[in-house]
Ligand binder design. Sequence first.
Ligand SMILES: [Ca+2]
Ligand SMILES: [Ca+2]
Ligand SMILES: [Ca+2]
Length: 256
Amino acid sequence: MMKRTPLLFLAALLIVAALLPGCRERIVYTGAGDWLLLAEDPDDGNVPYNAHYLYVDADFSDGILEFKVQTYASIPNAVFDVQFAVLLDTDQNPATGLSSSNADDFIPPFDPPNDIGADYMVFVGIDTTTSGRQNENYVFGWDTTGQGGWSIEAEPVSLPYQPTNEDSVKGGVSLSALGNPSQIDVVAIMLCDPYNFTDRYFDHIPDLNEGHVTIDLDNGSVAQTPSQSAGVTINLNSGRRVSLITGKELILEEAR
Ligand SMILES: [Ca+2]
Ligand SMILES: [Ca+2]
Ligand SMILES: [Ca+2]
């Protein structure tokens, strides 16, 4: 009996090793196991449905990167009650894109994405005006040659998911729209309850000044990095005529 145990263990290892590559190819999107955890965020701010977990879908081979934020409490209506922005530093260069060094150049100032320089933004949400919706579920690119800002319209968000009374929001982007990067540094900012001018909350995931996460598309892995300081103060009460996340001017007064 004593000699059989190592043999059984070895056989089990061989079976697992043989199955693993096949499992990677046969991922079916039916449950939490299909998502890679990027970051866990504290229960912060005054809005009960602030962000808890940030995920990316585990299949890097289909050309689409899908992101999911899971909240502490249920979101009454995810279309109107949150704006989920996934900020992507596709050249891993903090000196390009939206960063803490240029976020104050805009009115109102952008909320800087911790320590990265975001070149693209997957924006799952809308800006509501009295005349309708603007900037709905779109991937924007940072304009580095003109005046800056999210003026490049890359593509519509893939597979937007904005349910009622659920605790998650999802949206994706094609890798081709991002220029097929091999690694991406990521910070998400979820604006919770955007039209509540006293309690709305810019929830950073990873948390404010807690750095970013890195998606390694070549190796199929994710990694967190040490925290760094963004060091920018935001005045939440200014500039209601400009979208707080996209920075785009809103044509009419906001309806809600
Ligand atoms: Ca949070
Ligand atoms: Ca950059
Ligand atoms: Ca946070």
